[in-house]
Write a protein that binds this ligand. Structure first.
Ligand code: GUN
Length: 291
């Protein structure tokens, strides 16, 4: 029992990294530009994209928001993507997910020029990540690695259990963690995994990224484990003025006392994810001026 775990404070780190980036932008006189395509009016997507645009302003990047109604066709989206691919004033762009039914994520993501794919979702960037080649790494896996690195938590030789195999978090993170340099032994678990509790009890590090609030309970965690919570589900909360609050995938109150380190929700992985996108946009800009 470790009564007071190290709190992995993503807010503090993100503020630090934003300041570093702002200084780099100012000193270089650079003007990187991030664009975002937002379809429909989903509250979560609206708020994520607003944060991304505000983050750009804070570090001195330009940003552009391109909105489409829920009724947009795949062809119209592909046309907008081609426009951004060709636009030298835009260094990187994202298409906020999820997209409406009837529009193929893979078709849309596949149409983004890999050198502007600052989400790191394009098959070429996923392939580069897998092979250890330079390319864009998705923001959340990057943020988790950076959060650990800046807290001097090494995963080398450790058993990392990732819960959830999504294309944007669990799968790329499991690959990153197991690459030379990170050197973790990774178990990637998912909804069909048997004996998940036993596997979690053998972990040195658990990453909960399945999107089920409060899923990871105290009886699944051994003393001294590092726990990373990627969950950000909006749950109703009448005591909050906006009527909801963010809840992670970890039952924080009961799990935290067993951990050597843990991320809070909010304020852990989320702010680091936002930094990941800024870093990729900076890299896209640097690559574009180098060419
Ligand atoms: N929806 C949820 N997370 C993300 C993200 O990181 N990028 C995009 N484009 N959409 C998302």
């Amino acid at each position: 029992m470790n009564a007071s775990p190290l709190m992995l404070d993503g807010n503090r780190l993100a503020t630090e990294i934003r300041a570093e980036l702002r200084q780099k932008v100012q000193e270089s006189g650079a003007s990187p530009c991030l664009a975002a395509i937002l379809v429909g009016n989903d509250g979560g997507s609206e708020s994520y994209v607003t944060h991304k645009m505000n983050d750009c302003a804070e570090v001195g990047f330009q940003s552009r928001l391109i909105r489409f109604p829920e009724s947009v066709s795949e062809a119209e989206l592909l046309q907008a993507i081609e426009g951004l691919n060709q636009d030298d004033g835009v260094h990187g762009f994202i298409v906020q997910l999820p997209l409406p039914k009837g529009i193929s994520n893979q078709t849309i993501i596949g149409a983004i020029a890999p050198e502007k794919d600052v989400d790191g979702f394009h098959p070429e960037n996923m392939g580069r990540l897998t092979l250890g080649l330079p390319g864009f790494v998705a923001a959340t896996p990057w943020g988790i690695m950076e959060l650990l690195r800046r807290n001097q938590i090494s995963v080398s030789g450790k058993h990392v259990v990732v819960i959830g195999r999504s294309n944007i978090v669990g799968t790329p993170l499991s690959i990153l963690m197991s690459r030379p340099g990170a050197d973790a032994t990774v178990t990637l678990t998912h909804s069909k995994t048997q004996n998940l509790k036993d596997i979690c009890l053998q972990a040195d590090v658990i990453v909960a990224a399945l999107g089920i609030p409060g899923f990871l309970r105290a009886d699944m965690v051994s003393d001294g484990t590092v726990v990373i919570d990627v969950g950000t589900t909006r749950v109703p909360d009448s005591s909050h003025p906006r009527g909801w609050r963010l809840k992670g995938d970890v039952a924080f109150e009961e799990v935290a006392p067993k951990c050597s380190a843990i991320t809070p929700v909010p304020g852990g992985v989320g702010p680091m994810t936002r930094i990941g996108l800024l870093m990729n946009t900076w890299t896209a800009y640097e690559n574009s001026v180098r060419i």
